[in-house]
Design a protein around this ligand. Structure first.
Ligand code: ZN
Length: 483
């Protein structure tokens, strides 16, 4: 029997288990046995031809099976097989940074660095001469910004266009309550400058895009990826490979994080690990799935540590190794990452030579598209005010809430029937086929999926409540808390 470790995004298909055992003489047989046990998992990890989908990597102990005998790799009793899907985070190395003189005040400020032989005056000067770009001033960007500023990195650029909101404060410790409503760039820059007045901060107030990424990246030695979505992950990767700049990567979800350094001196890139993004909607973002507030601190500080090591040129960089962190088990694991010779981005026969449309690549709508909130109510949708009027009139209809039970406990609309999205297909028999049905969730995305499932199952009168319970809170009942 081999043990198969199931990562958080796939646990919904394994009855919430994080580890299951399955038998088989090869990794392929173990996975086949596993998907017999959990049929819903099958279509998530295998394509129609029965091939493993490329956003999931399979490791036998710490080796990627693509570099062993793939599916035919022998599995013994006691082996651990890990499924590692991509979660919402090769060329010459950047020229060694110039050095910069330190003033008397700076020598005092950095004295605890200067007395470490591996850093010393020379190392501190390298830090001062270094130029680091933070992509995002959110959960990962917060600890990165604070510590890189304190450590004496001379120039830090930040790309961000967001404003601070109340839901950020649980983890984005660079912003304070009084900053809610301010630009994250201004709030972060102020804190960092307060810690270190010698720091030069460059604010890039824009959404990183294929049009501006190369232009922004070219002025920096190291790029630190603190983004929260797949299109930007691939964009950061490709721009780093094209420019030959190391990409210090971190990603987080609920209690788990990943970190590594991509595109460093012949090391692998993000596309070597994940040639394709997951299907849209399979891997929820932190906004949808949640994240332990402390987690980005841990992962962001691993990224900060790697950045400082790269600048100083000391230690063993996290290159060719994917560090996995599990906060619940309080365990770190390390998997080997290899450069894929067939990689379309950094392989010998590169097929991608310029930046592409990453939203299209990832199958998600571009943020430049008209915002949903301003769009007209389309067919199959209903406004929250109309639902309220139907309830007040006592109309005969069924209101279904497809959120999770723990969300229902935070707030709900009285009279709504709770059927979490994942249970809708199995619970269709509970619903009257001819009923007038209105479906809602938090913001309207999951309920749109549920409407699709219901219509496909032959329910003719199904409407999606536009904007979800958030819109309900805004426009019908302000006592309903937003989350
Ligand atoms: Zn690659």
């Amino acid at each position: 029997m081999a043990k198969v470790l199931i990562p958080t995004p796939l646990r919904q298909f394994t009855g919430k288990q994080d580890a299951v055992t399955a038998s088989g003489g090869t990794v392929g047989e173990v996975l086949a046995a596993l998907t017999l046990q959990f049929p819903d998992l099958r279509k998530q990890i295998f394509n129609d031809e029965g091939k493993l989908r490329s956003f999931v990597n399979v490791y036998l102990n710490d080796e990627d099976i693509r570099y062993l005998k793939k599916d035919a790799t022998a599995a013994k009793d006691g082996d651990t097989i890990s499924l590692v899907p991509s979660i919402a985070g090769g060329s010459t190395v950047a020229a060694p940074p110039e050095t910069a003189e330190l003033s008397k005040d700076e020598i005092l400020r950095y004295s605890r660095h200067l007395i470490i032989p591996e850093v010393g005056i020379e190392g501190q000067q390298k830090l001062k001469a270094a130029k680091v770009l933070l992509v995002g001033a959110g959960g990962l960007g917060a600890p990165l910004g604070l510590y890189l500023a304190a450590a004496g990195v001379g120039k830090i650029g930040i790309v961000d266009f967001d404003v601070v909101d109340f839901t950020n404060l649980q983890r984005q410790v660079i912003h304070s309550t009084a900053d809610v409503g301010r630009k994250k760039l201004d709030s972060a820059a102020e804190k960092m400058q307060g810690i270190n007045p010698y720091l030069k901060i460059v604010k890039h107030e824009t959404a990183l895009s294929s049009e501006n990424a190369l232009e922004i990246f070219k002025d920096y030695d190291f790029i630190v990826d603190g983004t929260d979505n797949f299109p930007t992950r691939y964009l950061v990767n490709d721009a780093c490979v094209l420019l030959g700049k190391p990409n210090v990567y971190g990603s987080i979800f609920r209690f788990e994080g990943q970190s590594t350094v991509f595109a460093y001196e012949g090391g692998p890139c993000y596309r070597c690990l994940y040639p394709e993004p997951p299907p849209p909607g399979l891997v929820p973002s932190c906004a949808e799935g949640g994240v332990l507030g402390i987690l980005p601190g841990t992962i962001g500080l691993i990224q900060a540590t790697e950045t400082v090591k790269l600048i100083l040129g000391i230690g063993e960089p996290l290159v060719g190794r994917l560090l996995l962190y599990d906060a619940l088990g309080m365990r770190f694991r390390e998997l080997k990452l290899r450069k894929n010779p067939e990689c379309p981005m950094c392989g010998e026969h590169r097929t991608i030579t310029k930046l592409i449309d990453y939203h299209q690549f990832c199958g998600v709508p571009s943020p430049n598209a008209a915002p949903v909130a301003e769009a007209k109510v389309t067919e199959g949708e209903i406004e929250v005010t109309e639902v309220k009027a139907m309830l007040d009139r006592g109309d005969q209809f069924l209101l279904i809430d497809v959120r999770e039970p723990h969300e229902y406990k935070i707030c709900n609309i009285p009279g709504a029937k709770l059927i979490p999205l994942g249970e809708v297909p199995q619970r269709l028999h509970e619903l009257d086929q001819n009923a007038d049905i209105v479906v809602h969730c938090k913001s309207g995305m999951r309920s749109a999926k549920a409407c699709g499932i219901l219509r496909n199952a032959g329910f003719p009168h199904v409407r999606n409540m536009k904007g979800g319970i958030l819109a309900w809170s805004d426009r019908v009942d302000s006592s309903v808390p937003k989350y």
